[in-house]
Design a protein around this ligand. Structure first.
Ligand SMILES: Nc1ncnc2c1ncn2[C@@H]1O[C@H](COP(=O)(O)OP(=O)(O)OP(=O)(O)O)[C@@H](O)[C@H]1O
Ligand SMILES: [Mg+2]
Length: 268
């Protein structure tokens, strides 16, 4: 039945499937379980956030999907194919600014495509297109040191998108920004999502950010990180910052905050 409906509508087919994922790290006193029995699915063009207390395994989960860490057991399928190491079909944006300081903005955006040996003309076209999308065309020849934190993150997003990945992975991308810049970039993210139709998985410890940006939130329990709850949000794709003042928004925010607080209390 399910297979049948997926064939009828490719827009609802799963983009990313994680099955029975476990991750343990070697420790001084035996191994330490960081992620336990994670099962989740992301559908095409979904914007999903993962939230949870510090140290619950959020970054580990993202790093495994990115292929930067190996799972201890379990399966990850992207577009139906098992992932095996890092690859250009996943774009990653980290919290700390990771631009190459000696390269200009456009060279930074171009870098991954060069590694992939994408022809020069195509590279230049994509640099132009994605710098336009993130609103930084004017800064194409600037060096990262002359940019603000918010601008650096927009370059990092353009760089990730330029490889045209199947999924955009973001690990606390706005965590180092001041409150005002953060709100501006949150609205920017929604616009970018609508424009590019990307599937986005973002990790954040900022519950308000997760409720504002995503369509679904996975809440992880404290160590070992397990899926504790899945919260569905029903905001319009065209939402803007004004929804933060609505009763529904505040109710959802409280719901997620309580789930995380319970976890912290249980282990503090
Ligand atoms: N390479 C590693 N070797 C050993 N232990 C690790 C490694 N990476 C992460 N851990 C441990 O795994 C657990 C989960 O870490 P992770 O960084 O994924 O948490 P997090 O939810 O992203 O935390 P934060 O909110 O602080 O960013 C932590 O206890 C951490 O110390
Ligand atoms: Mg982390």
């Amino acid at each position: 039945m399910l297979t049948h409906s997926l064939q009828l509508n490719p827009m609802t087919s799963p983009k990313l499937i994680i099955r029975d994922l476990y991750k343990s790290f070697p420790g001084k006193r035996g191994s330490m379980l960081a992620l336990k029995d994670i099962n989740l699915t992301l559908y095409r063009n979904e914007f999903v956030c993962v939230v949870g207390a510090s140290g619950c395994g959020k970054s580990t989960l993202l790093n495994i999907i990115a292929g930067l860490e190996e799972p201890t057991s379990g399966q990850i399928l992207l577009e139906g194919e098992p992932i095996d190491g890092p690859g250009a079909n996943r774009g990653m944006v980290f919290q700390n600014y990771t631009l190459y300081p000696w390269l200009t903005v456009s060279q930074n955006v171009e870098f991954g495509m060069k590694m992939q040996k994408i022809p020069t003309a195509e590279r230049q076209q994509r640099v132009k297109y994605y710098l336009e999308i993130v609103g930084l065309s004017r800064f194409a020849d600037a060096l990262p040191k002359s940019l603000s934190g918010g601008m650096k993150q927009r370059v990092a997003i353009a760089r990730a998108l330029a490889n045209e990945p199947d999924i955009l992975l973001m690990d606390e991308p706005f965590g180092a920004l001041d409150a005002q810049t953060k709100e501006v970039l949150q609205e920017f993210m929604l616009q970018l999502w609508r424009q590019t139709q990307k599937t986005i998985l973002m990790v954040t410890h900022d519950v308000e950010e997760a409720v504002f940006l995503s369509q679904r939130i996975y809440v992880l329990s404290s160590r070992p990180g397990q899926l504790k709850a899945e919260v569905n949000l029903e905001f319009d794709r065209d939402r803007n910052l004004s929804i933060k003042g609505t009763e529904f928004f505040q109710r959802k925010r409280q719901e997620v905050l309580h789930l995380i607080r319970d976890e912290i209390l249980a282990t503090a």
